[in-house]
Design a protein around this ligand. Structure first.
Ligand code: GDP
Length: 436
């Protein structure tokens, strides 16, 4: 049975978390805060897996008034644990925290850094700062309010290989598709084809809650949901135009989606508005596929389709990574190819790169091309971690953020794309300055 220990300085919230996880108050043998409390293992169920949960008591490492017995127990607990929940507070980092950080360094592979007391406004942002300590996994919670506990459990399940987070998305997971584009590009036609019913006749009833889902369908064993998007439901032209040209509406749709199909009339090409929408999609880290529709109307003379694609690539380099597919929604042509592309993009969106693999790669990229010198000496990239999937975001810890050369960030992005398998999606790379 795996052993999970909770470690942290006194008053950081260990007991509160412990009680929350096991779902009851357990007896504490000695009320003196921190030091002399005994280690009390409890049976806990993580998912459906039985585990042993241990509160380390107040671990104190090499400090005055330090209780040898507790300390020794605590240290041997660390080596015996399969996972260590190391608790810190989002509001303060103390010398005791720093000492524990050092003591935990040898076990960093099995540490989940739990940032507690993330319950006030704006505190979410503080969690980011804790990536600087170099642990692969960080989760923000509020033990008192029960926030973030599910994330904590999911992460633990992954760490203990009880459910592998690296595998394909679970069967129950749905790929959320938004179909966007100018009026008359064929959005309704494609939606009807995919969900197999005439959705365009469904009209909104004023004053009722908006139904955001147009329909669902399966393809090769995966489930897809088509979100309601401006212009799919029949409306007056004016209304539709207003919706497509409203940034707020577009952002709302994009935020709900995993992958956006940007429908473009193959003959007309990309409009300025398409480019703006595409920019929003990229900035929010969503998957985007350019769908050239109505290819049945192309003459087939020369390599017309390729010329259209080249033109888009040339005029819109920011979408260099986005797949371009061509279909005829009306004739049902190449829809399978489109859905295969959607699936590929979805896989990349949900891909997670191991921190050790990433850091190997960062070393190699740095050897191939060193960060440039600034007025205060060379810039350095110490290490990095994948902060999130879907949207895919990386954090890089550097010696100096000020004037960090954008060209080097671009270089890192290109390397991540090329070497780590994120060729078809937008990725974000954020910098953090490492302390000391
Ligand atoms: P929406 O405004 O983007 O939802 O566009 P619609 O789906 O209503 O399509 C606009 C018009 O284009 C309709 O007359 C469709 O029949 C037509 N259309 C849609 N897809 C295709 C296609 O692949 N080929 C051709 N030739 N016409 C299409």
């Amino acid at each position: 049975i795996p052993v999970i220990s909770i470690v942290g300085r006194p008053n950081v919230g260990k007991s509160t978390l412990f009680n929350r996880l096991i779902g009851k108050r357990r007896a504490i043998t000695d009320p003196t805060p921190g030091v002399t409390r005994d280690l009390i293992p409890e049976r806990w169920y993580l998912g459906n897996h039985p585990v042993t949960l241990v509160d380390s008591g107040g671990v104190k490492v090499e400090r005055e008034g330090f209780d040898d017995l507790v300390a020794n127990k605590s240290l041997s607990l660390l080596s015996q644990s399969d996972a260590i929940l190391f608790m810190m507070e989002c509001t303060a980092v103390t010398a005791e925290d720093e000492e524990l950080l050092t003591a935990l360094r040898p076990y960093s592979e099995k540490v989940l850094l739990v940032v507690n007391k993330v319950d006030g406004p704006k505190r979410d942002d503080l969690v980011w700062e804790y990536y600087q300590y170099g642990f692969q996994r960080v989760v923000g919670i509020s033990a008192t309010h029960g926030l973030g506990i599910e994330d904590l459990e999911d992460t633990l399940l992954g760490m203990l290989n009880m459910v592998s987070l690296d595998e394909a998305p679970e069967e129950t997971e749905r790929v959320k598709l938004a179909i966007m584009g100018k009026p008359n590009t064929g959005k309704s036609t494609l939606t009807n084809l995919l969900v197999g019913s005439d959705v365009s006749i469904v009209s909104e009833i004023a004053g009722t809650t908006r139904d955001v889902v147009m329909g669902t369908f399966s393809y090769k064993g995966s489930d897809f949901t088509v979100l309601d998007t401006a212009g799919i439901r029949r409306k007056s032209k004016v209304e539709e135009d207003v919706e497509y040209y409203s940034v707020n509406r577009a952002i709302k749709t994009i935020d709900e989606a995993d992958v956006v199909l940007l429908m473009v009339d193959a003959i007309e090409g990309l409009s300025d508005q398409d480019k703006k929408i595409a920019n929003l999609i990229v900035r929010r880290g969503k998957g985007i596929i350019l769908v050239l529709n109505k290819i049945d109307l192309l003459t087939g003379i020369g390599n017309e389709l390729q010329a259209i694609k080249d033109r888009i690539r040339f005029l819109f380099p920011i979408l260099g990574f986005a797949p371009i597919t061509s279909i005829s929604a009306l004739k049902g042509q190449d829809i399978g190819k489109l859905l295969d592309t959607v699936w590929g993009v979805w896989r990349q969106l949900n891909k997670r790169v191991d921190t050790s693999q990433l850091n190997e790669a960062i070393k190699e990229w740095g050897e191939a091309y060193q960060p440039p010198r600034g007025s205060m000496g060379h810039y350095k990239v110490y290490y990095g971690t994948q902060f999130s999937a879907n949207p895919v975001k990386f954090l890089m810890f550097v010696n100096r953020i000020k004037d960090f050369p954008p060209i080097y960030i671009q270089y890192l992005k290109n390397c991540i794309r090329r070497d780590l398998g994120f060729t078809q999606i937008p990725i974000e790379v954020d910098l953090r300055e490492r302390r000391r």
